[in-house]
Ligand binder design. Structure first.
Ligand SMILES: Nc1ncnc2c1ncn2[C@@H]1O[C@H](COP(=O)(O)OP(=O)(O)OP(=O)(O)O)[C@@H](O)[C@H]1O
Ligand SMILES: [Mg+2]
Length: 224
């Protein structure tokens, strides 16, 4: 049995809105093994992004425990959480979240700025990541000079550049047509077969069923 890379134990994320509490995540326990390719599906507002943000250490739970790659994140300070976020997790979003004024190459260099590398090393690593996603001929294009699928490839290269164990993709094909979405799915399948643990939020049942494992969520609770 492969080792666990992500463990959530009775995780809750509540938002207090005046005298009203939104239970965005309401007691989630899940164990994801190294190398798994898991989809998360569920209606809008069910807690999918909340769960991704917690796994990616972009947010902390109201209660419950989260282990990432063998580390209990509850004991960690902000610097240590940032380290996990930067080194162990690569994030990909529906709207790409690229910096509009930067070229594809410079967007991919951003996560390397704090890695203590020389300018040359950063550039070489970023080019390698862009090569991995098939974009060597678009290094100096800005986001508005790229197609949707190409923008998502740049975002994937940016997520890959620090060689993370875990890739978290929150509706990565949501803004793409089905043919382009399919190509992006194929890229995730390749990245998973190279050993990366992938979590893929989608509203597309067909894409979700292509993942090895499906997690369904409703009103902040799992219904696997
Ligand atoms: N910062 C916040 N403050 C208050 N409530 C929030 C906050 N963020 C999310 N929520 C609420 O938590 C619930 C879960 O939101 P979440 O974004 O995780 O849903 P989702 O499953 O990703 O939905 P979608 O498919 O539309 O992206 C929703 O009811 C939402 O309104
Ligand atoms: Mg969401």
């Amino acid at each position: 049995m492969a080792e666990s890379v992500i463990r959530l134990a009775d995780v809750r994320r509540y938002y207090v809105m005046g005298d009203f509490v939104v239970k965005a995540l309401d007691g989630v326990t899940v164990d994801i093994k190294r190398g798994e390719f898991t989809s998360i599906m569920g209606p809008s507002g069910s807690g999918k992004s909340t769960m991704m943000n917690l796994i990616g250490c972009l947010d902390t739970p109201t209660s419950g425990l989260i282990d990432i790659d063998g580390e209990n994140t509850a004991g960690l300070n902000e610097t240590e959480l940032a380290y996990i976020r930067n080194r162990k997790v690569g994030f990909i979003f529906q709207q790409f979240n690229l910096l509009g004024k930067l070229t594809a190459l410079d967007n991919v260099i951003v996560p390397l700025l704090y890695a203590g590398l020389s300018v040359h090393e950063r550039k070489a690593k970023a080019i390698q990541a862009l090569e991995r996603v098939g974009l060597t001929d678009r290094l100096y294009h800005r986001p508005n000079e790229l197609s949707g699928g190409q923008k998502q490839r740049v975002a994937i290269a940016r997520a890959l550049v620090n060689d993370p164990t875990i890739l978290l993709a929150d509706e990565p094909t949501g803004a793409l047509d089905s043919k382009t979405g399919n190509q992006i799915m194929e890229l995730f399948e390749e990245l998973n077969s190279e050993g990366r643990t992938v979590i893929f939020v989608t509203h597309d049942r067909e894409l979700g069923m292509r993942c090895h494992r499906q997690i369904r969520i409703r009103d902040g609770k799992l219904e696997e």
